[in-house]
Design a protein around this ligand. Structure first.
Ligand SMILES: C[S@@+](CC[C@H](N)C(=O)[O-])C[C@H]1O[C@@H](n2cnc3c(N)ncnc32)[C@H](O)[C@@H]1O
Length: 251
């Protein structure tokens, strides 16, 4: 990895299940659990939010991810969509897009039944980077595979601009809330932001996150979610999923 990328984003780190992640120098934390990046993604997001179940049942699935990061959740969803031959519409929001070479260096293809997905995603990332250099509108969609489309919104997920773009889209079946911790990215864990997410989720949709802190649960409840803690993957006692609370009244 070129030294400039190392300095801004971080150092390649192998986690407990041998899958790679990066350590962010800026936030002083890894992009994934040091006990296992792949295990965490599968447990908290792909299985925890019911994406795998939906795809297995051949239900077309719309996923919104807050914190696209290194693209691991996206690749695992797309791999499962290809395995179950079911359509996936994946929308990621990210304010600091990884480079194509960093994405390739993580070697995520090793964990996929459809390893070519990494090259396709790296191509999208490269095109977005090129557009950003030309100051062109950076939002972009690609057909990642026969069954998956991926759209990336580059910007602050909590900004009005991003919210307006997302509000024009059909509601999501699943939201992955995968920003860094509330201490590092406080803007992504507020009641106001959760209210925005609530409006983007379909009435029977699920939001999943790794964070179970009391303040986060209370903010989710104030925004109109019912929250549920359940046992986490190695190294994490509990994780969280939330559904829209039908009893929540907004005036
Ligand atoms: C824990 S990492 C996400 C890992 C990722 N989901 C994956 O599967 O590889 C958190 C990501 O959230 C991004 N992020 C933090 N604050 C953000 C914000 N306000 N808007 C958009 N992205 C944000 C960070 O740049 C970082 O890439």
């Amino acid at each position: 990895m070129p030294i400039t990328e190392r300095q801004t984003r971080g150092v390649l780190t192998q986690t407990g299940d041998h899958s790679n992640t990066l350590f962010s120098e800026r936030y002083q934390q890894t992009y994934h659990s040091s006990f296992g990046a792949l295990t965490e993604s599968m447990h908290v997001f792909i299985d925890g939010a019911g994406v795998n179940r939906r795809l297995r049942e051949r239900k077309r699935t719309r996923v919104l991810e807050i914190g696209f990061g290194l693209g691991l959740n996206c690749l695992l969803c797309a791999d499962n969509a290809a395995i179950h031959e079911t359509h996936l519409d994946y929308v990621g929001v990210e304010n600091d897009l990884i480079s194509a070479s960093q994405l390739r260096s993580l070697n995520y293809s090793r964990w996929l039944r459809h390893p070519s997905l990494v090259d396709e995603l790296a191509g999208l990332v490269q095109r977005l980077k090129n557009k950003m250099q030309l100051s062109e509108q950076p939002n972009n969609t690609i057909q990642l595979s026969k069954h998956s489309s991926v759209t990336l919104h580059i910007g602050d997920a909590t900004s009005n601009q991003v919210h307006q773009s997302l509000s024009c889209l059909p509601q999501f079946d699943v939201i992955f809330l995968d920003a860094f911790s509330p201490e590092a990215n406080p803007e992504c864990w507020t009641t106001d932001f959760f209210s925005q997410l609530c409006s983007l989720l379909s009435p029977d949709g699920t939001l999943a996150t790794y964070c179970v802190k009391g303040a986060v649960r209370r903010n989710l409840q104030s925004a109109g979610f019912k929250v549920e803690k359940y046992p986490g993957p190695a190294g994490k006692r509990e994780v969280l999923r939330a559904n829209i609370d039908p009893k929540h009244v907004t005036w």
